[in-house]
Write a protein that binds this ligand. Structure first.
Ligand code: FES
Ligand SMILES: [Fe+2]
Length: 401
């Protein structure tokens, strides 16, 4: 197996600094600890008013990752409904990604429909044609054609373009807001992390598999599990812990987002400053948390993009997209990725992380805990919840708005 040919430009300074901190931690055997301990009120995982406030502030007004860039090829349209309203993401032949309500302006039919229970894939198309009466829209949302247009006399077609939603792309991700409004800058929103994603090569990755399931746990319980490495030694003892150092990670904060390097065991033997993604992922697992609900986890040779959506207070809609390097998409790689997918999604995520969240959700209803306690290896969990509360309270707004 040969190493990928990657960009060997030096890493962005903030990422280089993070690598140096991890190296120092591993060489000295010293963990970087958070500044605080605390607890999260149990009601924040169960209360319907709290959930509604999250919907109205976070999920309605923050840029949310709708897809990896490779999911929407030029001249195609991808339905996206995880935010609770029907949305369609299009990409013009020229390459511009846009989002609209997936709702025909005639009598409201969905323009791009999904069949079966598998996560939808983008449909190649030159235009969006409504399956009900055939109204046709350009991929930029303009109404192009109405069957028997003369029978709509008195109705100005200029008022019947698709309703556009704010949408922008950066670092290999397409971000959408579910509420119409002014445009935003995804690069500004990422507060510097777009440079990290560029260096890691996210935009070049290809989709191997996507899963979309609902589980009985509040979405923040699954997020909590990806914001601390304290649990790896016990919960993942027989699966991934053999590859990781015990609770050894460094984090940098980029506004409400963060980038972390979680040390693998190989890091304890010391490492040269990694010159590319391949070298970095041998010694650490880079993990970006994009507030409020997305994670990127850089396994040694593939990436998990995970969105955690919130259809109900006690439900998480888990959307996991497994991304693989562009030079490993051939048939000869299929069995390898299939095995890898089963290990990470079905065993590590479903049977360990998600099953734990489901168990906690049940326990919360018992009233045994009025809050969930976090120590100094888990202070990013507390920071995440402070961010949610600040967004609900209106004191935290997305950068780039
Ligand atoms: S509802 Fe779309 S054309 Fe009639
Ligand atoms: Fe985990």
């Amino acid at each position: 197996m040969t190493d990928l040919t990657l960009d060997t430009a030096p890493p962005p300074p903030a990422l280089a600094d993070l690598m140096a901190r991890l190296d120092r931690s591993c060489r000295t055997g010293t963990r970087e600890l958070g500044a605080e301990t605390g607890s999260v009120p149990a009601s924040h995982y169960t209360d319907r008013v709290h959930w509604q406030n999250e919907q109205d502030s976070l999920f309605a007004h923050w840029p949310i990752v709708a897809a990896h860039s490779a999911e929407v090829a030029p001249g195609s349209a991808l339905p996206f409904d995880a935010l609770g309203v029907p949305i369609v993401v299009t990409r013009s032949i020229e390459g511009r990604a846009r989002a609209f309500f997936n709702v025909c302006r005639h009598r409201g039919m969905a323009l791009v429909t999904t069949k079966g229970s598998a996560p939808p894939k983008a449909t190649p198309c030159k235009a969006l044609v409504c399956p009900y009466h055939g109204w046709t829209y350009e991929l930029d949302g303009r109404l192009r054609h109405r069957l028997h247009a003369e029978t709509f006399d008195g109705i100005d077609p200029a008022t019947l373009n698709l309703v556009e939603l704010p949408c922008d792309e950066a670092g290999g991700l397409i971000f959408v807001k579910r509420t119409p409004g002014p445009p935003f800058s995804a690069a500004t929103f990422l507060q510097g992390l777009d440079a990290h994603l560029q260096w890691l090569g996210l935009a070049d990755m290809k989709v191997f598999r996507k899963v979309d399931h609902v589980y009985r746990a509040n979405w923040k319980l699954t997020a909590d599990a990806f914001l601390e490495g304290y649990h790896i030694r016990v919960l993942h003892r027989d699966t991934i812990y053999p590859f990781f150092a015990d609770a050894m990670a460094v984090n940098l904060r980029a506004g409400p987002h963060q980038d972390s390097l979680v040390a693998r065991r190989t890091a304890l033997e010391g490492f040269e400053p990694p010159r590319d993604r391949s070298a970095l992922c041998k010694v650490a697992t880079p993990t970006q948390f994009l507030f409020p609900n997305s994670f990127l986890i850089w396994h040694p040779d593939y990436v998990s993009l995970i969105g955690m959506f919130s259809p109900a207070p006690d439900e998480v809609r888990w959307v996991h997209t497994m991304l693989i390097p562009p030079d490993r998409t051939g048939d000869d790689w299929h069995a390898h990725w299939e095995k890898t997918f089963n290990l990470i999604e079905k065993t590590v995520f479903q049977q360990e992380d998600i099953a734990t969240a489901v168990g906690i959700q049940k326990g919360l209803l018992s009233g045994a805990n009025t809050g969930l306690v976090a120590g100094r290896l888990e202070s990013d969990v507390l920071r995440f919840h402070r961010g949610v509360d600040a967004a609900i309270g209106g004191t935290l707004k997305p950068a780039g708005d």
